[in-house]
Design a protein around this ligand. Structure first.
Ligand SMILES: Nc1ncnc2c1ncn2[C@@H]1O[C@H](COP(=O)(O)OP(=O)(O)OP(=O)(O)O)[C@@H](O)[C@H]1O
Length: 236
């Protein structure tokens, strides 16, 4: 069964009488890459975590088009600072496949193929904890993509990376998108947003302020706040 569309209605995050996100109404469907942008503290990370099911809703609902267990298996999340296991780079990829029931040889072959794809084959035997930031993020991406998720959420995956690593990550993401993985990713980098976005979610004050096709958002934003944000003004 297909995972999408995802339907979110009146969803809020909060605790003890305080609400920091919402209400959010959103339908995520189709193909391509959705870029989540907005000022610092506007709620980008919280929105992604909410969509992925990492946060308990205080109000509202969030429904995938298939049963929840299946939905969980078909999506993945890449964090800004990926957590690596104290194992070799190869094992970091093969181990989750083994846990999923794949036999050792097949898991190893699959892991090696992915290391090739993300240009980490020469580092296969190295301790994953000794990788550079860019290498870690490529490994984290391979670890997410190796399970062929239908939807992949990414929270600022290039935030701490240099230009070269960012270019490599973007190439991997474009490949994943071309292969049919639906990407939903936050970024501070407006150049990156323009390079990757098919559509844009503009978050402000914990709410989805605009949700539009990328061309329309960048050329003719609907609200003065989005125009101001695109101009580089401080928006609250
Ligand atoms: N568990 C929590 N408890 C209380 N407040 C929270 C919690 N999680 C998030 N918030 C608040 O929600 C708001 C949005 O935070 P969030 O990290 O999602 O924003 P962001 O747009 O990702 O920020 P940045 O661009 O700085 O990473 C902030 O004001 C934050 O303090």
């Amino acid at each position: 069964m297909a995972l999408l569309p995802l339907k979110i209605e009146g969803a809020c995050l909060g605790r003890r009488g305080r609400r920091w996100i919402g209400p959010v109404d959103l339908e995520l469907a189709g193909q391509g890459t959705t870029i989540v942008i907005g000022p610092n503290g506007s709620g980008k990370t919280s929105l992604l975590r909410m969509m992925h099911g990492l946060e308990r809703l205080r109000e509202g609902s969030l429904r995938w088009s298939c049963p929840l267990e299946e939905a969980r298996r078909k999506q993945a999340f890449v964090f800004q600072t990926p957590i690596m296991m104290r194992r070799s780079v190869l094992d970091n990829l093969a181990y989750p496949l083994r846990l999923g029931g794949m036999d050792r040889k097949a898991a190893q072959a699959e892991a090696e193929a992915w290391l090739d794809r993300v240009d980490l084959a020469p580092a296969a035997r190295r301790d994953a904890l000794r990788l550079s930031g860019g290498e870690r993020q490529k490994l984290a991406l391979a670890r997410a993509l190796i399970r062929s998720p239908e939807v992949l959420f990414l929270d600022e995956p290039c935030a701490a990376l240099d230009g070269r690593a960012t270019r490599e990550i973007e190439a991997i993401l474009q490949g994943a998108s071309t292969s049919g993985t639906r990407l939903v990713m936050s970024t501070h980098d407006m150049g990156q947003a323009r390079r990757l976005a098919d559509e844009v979610i503009f978050v402000l004050g914990g709410r989805v302020h605009e949700y539009s096709p990328a061309d329309r958002f960048f050329d003719q934003p609907e609200t003065p706040q989005a125009s101001a944000f695109l101009r580089g003004d401080i928006v609250e």
